[in-house]
Write a protein that binds this ligand. Structure first.
Ligand code: GAL
Length: 816
């Protein structure tokens, strides 16, 4: 024992010395290059585009990540169908010419793709590297033996084939829509996704940290090495170290080692304070640092219990989650860190603490942000297994790829502290027949071989135990159930001793800012099986929380249940944001979903505030609808509130009475005969005013207001600013029914990359430089173009006073 402590001490001092002396070389050993810029693109198939001499003069230049579907026009005729977003798919080619420094000659070089939708095939200098059918999985290719160095260039070519349609129940996007990196290492290096960190014992006093490292030796010679992994806290101070003994690794082979250390008084990762450590693993070959590899580390412990649900770090915690598809609205499938961060920030403000990655492997950025911002992630692998849901979906690739895709998902994501459970599927058809048993056992086994620290779940629909063969397998750690909230109460009896989560809930429907009167009774879609939805001519759905799919419920109906039932670990609402595709309840021209609590443009619908009043402690008072009606019309006025005993409503200064929530009600309402003027709500507690909210009758549209979501933009070529565009009357009130067409022009260091108004049947292109406001609002998304310069956005419309907005562009270093 004493000997080993002594050994560790000597090594630690030795490392410190090494750290000081080898800093620069360590930093240079592993080069991770952003490989997104300056690609060429061709829409359509073309023969021989993988060949070195192929002429790409007519091809378009662009930067990745890129989604060609989102650039197209909507049409019912596209084979993606409105369910897939009614945008074009097809085949596309990408090429990039690049050169490498002579000094890289002795390195190992690989290319990493975070996600290509779909059926990507890759060539380097005309040599075929491989194919990857799954559009959501990340993958890498070793390039070394095919590369040229110095003045001779290299060409990487990627063919993307998304032509077999329909292959999804939602919008997928097409192309290299996630990031690409080039990674150069010495011949001896940490393998791709080569570390796995676990924290088998965690208490407030101490955490045991176990790290497994897989090394790869690409050289022709056997090597002697040692590994030192330093755990750094968020201030970059070293708090613990794992050191290996000297070992040898054969030529052209891999080797795996594991070590353990302890972190004293660990700062735990939690929803409120997601403290992140990092582990820097350095490989030494003859005392020379040859590779350095970073692994994120969040120290936390958690448990799911059959009777009492979920605890995080010993604290009972309801998972208040939403399901999210991967698209970023007007940007399509393009995985952009800033777009994802905005989405998560809007959800965090509502009180959301969980994300289900419906129904596929998410982007790296989503998981990094969930690590940093404190979200509990259900990481989901598949929407189908062997049995299809739509003609050309993943079932066609299942036999050849399910094993590798699932293993790669776990290997890629298992170091993220935000990932708390693996989901092997959503509403999988095999739950209904006995083939489900063997497949479930195999998939759970595959996950457990790679990670036993998290429960494996599956989102099920069949809640009669004898009829559900995925459940019958007995292999799941956690049962996920979608919908049927009326049955929840019976679950402890039906599924004795099982841990349960409401993996998908609600499927309520709404269009932001649209209200049907009277808000009398809850409506389901379809009212009877296969009957058409008795909807509106303009494809709107009322934003009072009173419409849902028949298999789901309104938001209030299910949340009321879940909040009372301790054995339900949490819920994931369908969905946090509207997404492209699945425009239930309407046919085309509806082309995006109505399920979101937030619309496609990022504007919250009213029910957002119901959750905020329930899921956060901040004071909330939300009053709706708008106050522009026909004289004498009876209007249902609703309010969501918290932290108060009652709310008093006033119309033009006259009290219409106070109300408070009865029983388990989640809103209050009044019936008010409309007269124009000012509607005002005042919430109070113990006779003291908590909040006041006013809505004024708006006059005619007169002016444009531009509100950016931040003041300055980084010149990194990725950063985005979302500018909210509102049409106001001459007194500055939002005009709640306006639909003016706003034209944008931009100068300086940025360009417009998307416009949207959140209306589900809007057929204008997201790439236009013009957008019609919908119910008074739209957004314009600006991206910096890597040149530091002021950006000026001008918004104008024939009958409105136009508006200018200046946005400062900051050098990269100032980036958040
Ligand atoms: C669920 C399904 C989701 C979505 C939703 C719409 O059954 O899991 O992907 O289709 O219905 O309500």
């Amino acid at each position: 024992m004493i000997k080993s402590i002594f050994y560790r001490f000597i090594l630690s001092s030795f490392c410190l010395l090494l750290l000081v002396s080898c800093n620069t070389s360590e930093a240079e050993n592993r080069i991770v290059e952003d490989f997104n810029f300056e690609w060429q693109f061709h829409l359509g198939d073309t023969a021989n585009a993988q060949n070195i001499g192929f002429n790409t003069q007519s091809w378009r230049s662009l930067n990745l990540p890129h989604d060609w579907s989102i650039e197209g026009s909507f049409s019912e005729e596209h084979p993606t169908k409105p369910e897939g977003g009614a945008l074009p798919a097809g085949i596309g080619w990408y090429r990039k010419t690049f050169s490498l420094p002579k000094e890289w000659k002795d390195k190992s070089v690989a290319i990493e793709f975070d996600g290509v939708y779909r059926n990507s095939e890759v060539w380097i200098n005309g040599e075929y590297l491989g194919k990857r059918p799954n559009g959501y999985i990340s993958f890498a290719y070793e390039l070394t033996k095919h590369l040229n160095y110095g003045t001779e260039t290299n060409i990487i070519a990627v063919r993307v084939d998304n032509s077999a349609q329909p292959n999804s129940r939602w919008y997928t996007g097409s192309g290299i829509y996630r990031n690409v990196r080039l990674v150069a290492t010495e011949k001896l290096h940490v393998a791709h996704w080569g570390t796995f960190v676990k924290t088998p014992q965690v208490s407030k006093e101490q955490a045991e940290v176990e790290l497994a490292v897989k090394l790869q030796n690409d050289s022709e010679a056997e090597k002697v090495y040692r590994v030192i992994s330093r755990i750094l806290n968020s201030e970059q101070q070293e708090v613990a170290t794992i050191t290996s003994e000297e070992r040898s690794i054969q030529a052209k082979s891999t080797d795996s080692i594991a070590g353990v250390t302890r972190v004293n008084q660990p700062q735990l990762w939690s929803i409120e304070n997601p403290h992140l450590y990092s582990i820097v693993t350095t490989i030494y070959e003859n005392d020379k640092a040859v590779d350095q590899y970073k692994t994120p580390l969040g120290i936390r412990f958690f448990d799911f219990k059959a009777e009492t649900g979920f605890t995080l770090n010993g604290v009972s915690t309801k998972i208040l989650g939403v399901c999210l598809h991967h698209d970023n609205g007007a940007l399509g499938a393009v995985a952009n860190r800033y777009a994802i961060k905005r989405k998560l920030s809007i959800l965090k403000d509502m009180g959301v603490n969980g994300i289900r990655t419906a129904h596929n492997p998410p982007s790296l950025e989503l998981l990094q942000l969930c690590d940093e911002m404190g979200f509990i992630v259900q990481d989901e692998a598949f929407d189908v297994w062997k049995k299809k849901k739509v003609a050309a979906d993943y079932h066609t690739d299942w036999a050849d790829w399910y094993k590798k895709d699932l293993q790669d998902l776990v290997k890629r994501d298992r170091n993220h502290p935000s990932v708390f459970m693996w989901s092997i599927g959503n509403e999988i058809r095999e739950q209904f027949d006995s083939t489900g048993i063997a497949i479930t056992k195999e998939l759970v086994g595959l996950v457990k071989e790679l990670d036993k620290t998290r429960p494996v779940t599956c989102a099920l629909t069949e809640n009669i135990p004898e009829k559900n063969f995925i459940y019958q397998s007995g292999a799941l750690d956690l049962l996920g159930f979608n919908y049927k909230h009326e049955d929840y109460k019976s679950f402890p009896n039906r599924f004795k001793g099982e841990k349960i989560i409401a993996s998908e809930t609600m499927s309520a429907l709404a269009t932001r800012g649209h209200y049907d009167l009277p808000a009398a009774e809850v409506k389901r879609w379809p009212p009877a099986h296969h009957a058409p939805f008795d909807g509106n001519e303009d494809y709107t759905v009322s934003a009072y929380d009173m419409v849902s799919a028949y298999w789901g419920s309104t938001h209030e109906e299910t949340w009321k249940e879940v909040k009372k039932l301790d054995f339900i670990a949490g819920l994931f609402i369908w969905t946090g944001f509207d997404y492209l595709g699945e425009p239930i309840p309407y046919p085309y021209p509806a082309r995006s979903s109505y399920f979101g609590i937030v619309d496609l443009a990022g504007f919250p619908k009213d029910v957002y505030y119901m959750y905020q009043s329930e899921w956060t402690t901040k004071p909330v008072l939300h009053l709706f609808p708008h106050w522009n009606w026909d004289e004498g019309q009876e209007v249902d006025v609703w309010a969501y509130y918290n932290n108060a005993d009652e709310v008093e409503l006033f119309l033009n200064g006259k009290s219409l009475g106070s109300k408070s929530k009865n029983g388990d009600d989640l809103h209050i309402s009044w019936k008010v005969d409309y007269v124009p003027g000012i509607l005002k709500a005042v919430s109070s507690k113990n006779g003291k005013v908590v909040l006041e909210k006013e809505i004024k009758t708006a006059g005619a549209p007169a002016q444009i207001k531009l509100t950016p979501d931040k003041k300055a933009i980084s010149d990194d070529g990725y950063d985005l600013i979302y500018v909210t565009v509102e049409v106001l009357d001459e007194n500055g009130n939002l005009t709640p029914k306006s639909n003016n067409q706003i034209n944008f022009s931009i100068e300086g260091g940025g360009s417009i990359v998307g416009v949207d108004n959140g209306y589900q049947a809007n057929l204008n292109s997201f790439k236009d430089k013009s957008c019609q406001v919908y119910n008074g609002k739209c957004i314009v998304i600006i991206q910096s173009n890597r040149f530091e310069n002021l950006i000026t956005l001008k918004a104008s419309s024939p009958k409105l006073q136009s508006e200018l907005l200046n946005i400062a562009v900051e050098p990269i270093e100032k980036k958040e």
